[in-house]
Design a binder for this molecule. Structure first.
Ligand code: SAM
Length: 193
């Protein structure tokens, strides 16, 4: 077993959703919970999930957060989330601005360009990005963010492992799997003068 491997004895079942009901993805829940265990320095108070469709997994993963903000450009998924008691907005993620900085930005399966969303992340805050639509690569190239880790879901074993930063260079930057989340942290501002 790798040093940073975490075995999951019993994978959390997926609660099936659709365009009519919110989704709770078991493997995504495990990955988000693992992120919180692996990076405990900043329990997220405000979570932002643009291009969410009806995926409400972050609400289950971060029950102690003050807000989880969902955005989708389509009306139907947003109404489904609001109907389930979530804070959701119909808007383009390329234009939407939450009314306060966010501690954690989830970019999963995001077809929109992430620049606007990245600007909402507080200094020291985190971004979780998958490789769908090359978004993780785009965050990786952004000068304000540093790659801090990788959380990988192994479908065959149901295990999740975390790659420590000093091993990241041995991997293709940052990850090619839809079931991997690259963890980025917004760099702190350097004092001027
Ligand atoms: C591939 S689905 C991914 C859904 C979810 N994030 C997941 O990983 O299961 C992409 C979603 O992004 C939404 N979308 C596309 N362009 C958008 C934009 N510019 N702003 C907000 N949502 C957008 C679509 O309506 C769709 O629900």
């Amino acid at each position: 077993m790798r040093e940073f491997e975490v075995s999951i004895d019993q994978a959390t079942p997926t609660v099936e959703g659709s365009i009519e009901r919110p989704w709770l993805f078991g493997y995504r829940l495990e990955m988000l919970q693992h992120f919180q265990e692996a990076f405990p320095d900043r329990p997220p108070e405000v979570v932002y999930y643009p291009c969410s469709f009806t995926d409400a997994t972050p609400s289950a993963a971060f029950p102690d957060s003050r807000r989880v903000i969902y955005v989708d450009i389509r009306d139907r998924p947003v109404r489904v989330l609001i109907g389930a008691g979530k804070e959701a907005y119909r808007a383009s993620a390329e234009e939407f601005l939450p009314d306060e900085p966010v501690d954690l930005l989830v970019l999963k399966g995001m077809p929109a360009r992430p620049d606007q969303a990245l600007g909402t992340v507080t200094w020291g805050g985190y971004v979780l990005a998958d490789e769908g639509y090359d978004v993780a690569d785009e965050v990786n190239r952004h000068p304000d963010f540093r790659l801090a880790g990788l959380i990988h879901y192994e479908r065959a074993t149901g295990g999740i492992w975390r790659v420590p930063p000093d091993e990241l260079l041995t991997l293709p930057p940052p990850s090619r799997s839809y079931r991997s989340l690259s963890v980025f942290q917004r760099r702190a501002v350097c004092p001027v003068g």
